[in-house]
Design a binder for this molecule. Structure first.
Ligand SMILES: C[S@@+](CC[C@H](N)C(=O)[O-])C[C@H]1O[C@@H](n2cnc3c(N)ncnc32)[C@H](O)[C@@H]1O
Length: 396
């Protein structure tokens, strides 16, 4: 067979097989959805959806091995967004879902740095990348009127033979030649993200990025009142999200301290009630929420072992450990033993309670002995003498 005919036959085969790949009948990951995986670790939770879903990417914070992905799943669950996790390598999570719904939740995660729509993915070599760019219909993403930029990330130290800077220039040239769009690195209309992860190259169009400085502004030392027992904003936001609370729902922090968790729940649009046994803590929480222009539903002095409320939709909290915050002559374990039945009696059906406690407190046994369903558990190393255990519990 003449070489040119053979080449044309291969091109025809590629044109036939590529759309099949996009339908996910075959995948460059080596498998579709299911436990385990080849290069990629595949999520065991596969929510299959009908309709016109596309493939999106999330870039999670690498600050913890399990919390960021658990938070993302909890947000998707809370907003009843059908999704399928099709790839997860280090900080990159690839999701098939309805894009408009994903965009609406993209700013909620404490550990969620960026999200966008995937344009293409292919093997991590220049030849494959060039072919895939030539093959892909870029019209939905980039037109000749647009300006654009491409910034590369590499996760897990992979594809070392490809320089990020070289790839940015190489892709910029390919995209500009194909679409007529102009490169603008300062304020591009279309910011693209290139990612090297596993043995693949991904190109996506960024739809949401965490605003620069937004976390820094909420750090404990930047608030009106500082207290060493307070939680940093990303972790506090994550606990709120793990409770699967939605905006407009009632949220309780029964050990609110100076309001680290209450601030995050308020920013997410919840009706927040905070309780603390000490008046000065309640006053400080009030000042801290006001500092960010937030109006809680209520901040009151009270005892978490005797909660003066009938119903709340979700609870996330950090009880005292007896170090930074006083247990008021009790112990964390005893406080939890009295608080958990209270939580159970006031949570709405399906509501969740999320809390942190020092590893070794026995919180898991306590929760199970009180009939809670344990949905999730994480460990978070803080320093030599404190590792937090985070539990996500269902009351009914
Ligand atoms: C670890 S701090 C909470 C920090 C808070 N989540 C934040 O991010 O700012 C625990 C708080 O529980 C309060 N506390 C201790 N015993 C309590 C009880 N029985 N009922 C309610 N609050 C209590 C303490 O005064 C302390 O402010």
């Amino acid at each position: 067979m003449p070489l040119s005919l053979g080449f044309r036959l291969i091109r025809v085969l590629v044109f036939v097989l590529k759309p099949l790949e996009r339908l996910n009948l075959s995948s460059p990951y080596g498998e579709s959805c299911g436990p385990g995986g080849s290069v990629y670790m595949f999520a065991t939770i596969c929510k299959y959806m009908a309709g016109n879903s596309a493939r999106f990417f999330f870039i999670l914070s690498g600050e913890h091995p399990t919390l960021p992905l658990a938070e993302l799943k909890a947000i998707l669950q809370a907003y009843v967004i059908e999704y399928k996790i099709v790839g997860n390598f280090y900080k990159l999570v690839e999701v098939e879902a309805d894009g408009t719904r994903l965009e609406s939740i993209a700013n909620r995660g404490g550990y969620l740095d960026e999200m966008g729509e995937e344009v293409l993915h292919t093997e991590d070599n220049l030849d494959s990348i060039k072919k895939e760019v030539e093959f892909t219909d870029l019209e939905p993403f980039l037109s000749s009127q647009d300006s654009f930029s491409i910034r590369m990330l590499r996760f897990g130290g992979v594809s070392k033979e490809l320089s990020r800077v070289h790839l940015e220039g190489y892709l910029g040239k390919l995209l500009a030649e194909k679409t007529g769009a102009k490169v603008d690195l300062r304020s591009p209309k279309k910011p693209f993200r290139g990612i090297l992860a596993g043995s693949l190259f991904h190109l996506g169009l960024i739809m949401h990025q965490r605003p620069k400085g937004s976390i820094h502004r909420r750090r404990p030392r930047k608030r009106a009142v500082f207290h060493p027992s307070t939680m940093p904003p990303k972790l506090a936001r994550c606990l709120v999200n793990l409770s699967e609370v939605r905006d407009g729902e009632t949220f309780l922090d029964p050990f609110c301290g100076v309001g680290g968790i209450a601030i995050e729940a308020s920013l997410l649009g919840c009706d927040v009630v905070g309780i603390d046994a000490l008046s000065r803590m309640v006053r400080s929480a009030r000042r801290n929420l006001a500092h960010f222009g937030l109006k809680p539903y209520g901040l009151l002095r009270g005892d978490a072992r005797n909660i003066p409320l009938r119903r709340v939709d979700a609870i996330a909290t950090d009880p005292p450990y007896g170090t930074g915050a006083s247990t008021l002559k009790s112990t964390t374990k005893n406080i939890l033993a009295s608080f958990l039945p209270q939580a159970k009696s006031i949570l709405s059906p399906g509501g969740k309670v999320v809390f942190a406690s020092p590893l070794g407190t026995g919180a898991l046994d306590l929760a199970e002995s009180q009939g809670f369903k344990v949905f999730d558990r994480h460990e978070l190393y803080v320093h030599r003498s404190l590792t937090r255990e985070i539990l996500v519990l269902g009351a009914n």
